[in-house]
Ligand binder design. Structure first.
Ligand code: AP5
Length: 221
């Protein structure tokens, strides 16, 4: 069986984090979300967090250098030797080159890039209805993944919040940055025959089903 060494690629709000969590539950591979790692650093008030806070809130990309160290350290941990999901990295062509270098240095290779394809209209709808628990980071959606009680987390009853970068104006900026900087990666990985395009416009259950079937095929190859 092949390892699942995966990149999850797609526009903001495509469902990368949501689907990755379901894959983690099924296959036990670590979920490496650079967005989550950076948000944790901001919450902790670490040196890294202080450096990236305003950049993230404005919807811009954090510098490639900071991401390189963060991703290299994480991928070098023992739990990645049997598979991983990179979510939110790489984000531009330079980061894709940097990732090639990291993987070569730690002697790992990619199995596939899972591209979650969804329209701009749908991502705007998903993001504007996203709410998160500031304590445990659980992600909800006021339409598709409602908390039991409208305003608090099911797990710890903490009042849910909207991410700072989920405000309408910032979402548009993030989407434009995605089109300009990240979408070219689809072509790059297509050229390497590594991309699998998933129609991510359906419900979470439907997308899970397509992704699980795809991963089973990849494991058998
Ligand atoms: P990051 O956290 O990576 O944000 P993103 O890529 O914009 O992705 P999102 O977290 O917004 O969306 P998602 O696809 O995970 O969707 P989700 O599953 O939550 O990055 C944030 C910031 O960090 C960046 O702007 C940048 O500043 C910095 N950063 C991170 N990585 C970086 C890098 N490599 N380089 C430089 N800077 C970096 O789903 C969205 C909503 O929809 C949820 O409410 C969910 O419940 C719902 N939902 C999900 N799937 C479905 C479905 N199928 N049907 C209906 N609803 C659904």
């Amino acid at each position: 069986m092949k390892n699942l060494n995966l990149i999850f690629l797609g526009p903001p709000g495509a469902g990368k984090g949501t689907i990755a969590k379901d894959v983690v539950e099924r296959y036990g591979v670590p979920h490496i979300s650079t967005g989550d790692m950076l948000r944790d650093a901001v919450s902790a008030g670490s040196e890294l967090g202080k450096k990236v806070k305003s950049v993230m809130e404005s919807g811009q990309l954090v510098s490639d250098e900071l991401l390189f160290d963060l991703v290299k350290d994480r991928l070098s941990k023992k739990d990645c030797v049997n598979g991983f999901i990179l979510d939110g990295y790489p984000r531009n062509l330079d980061q894709a080159k940097a990732l090639d270098k990291i993987l070569q240095e730690i002697n790992l290779s990619l199995t596939a890039v899972i591209f979650l394809d969804v329209s701009e209209e749908e991502v705007v709808k998903r993001i504007s209805n996203r709410r998160v628990c500031p304590k445990c980071s659980r992600v909800y959606n006021l339409i598709s993944l409602k908390p039991k009680n409208d305003t608090v987390c099911d797990d710890d009853s903490t009042p849910l919040i909207q991410r700072e970068d989920d405000k309408a104006e910032t979402v548009r900026k993030r989407y434009n940055i995605y089109i300009e900087k990240t979408a070219p990666l689809v072509k790059l990985y297509k050229g390497r025959n590594q991309i699998v395009t998933i129609d991510a416009s359906g419900t979470v259950d439907k997308v899970d089903e397509i992704v699980f079937n795809t991963l089973e095929e990849l494991r058998q190859e």
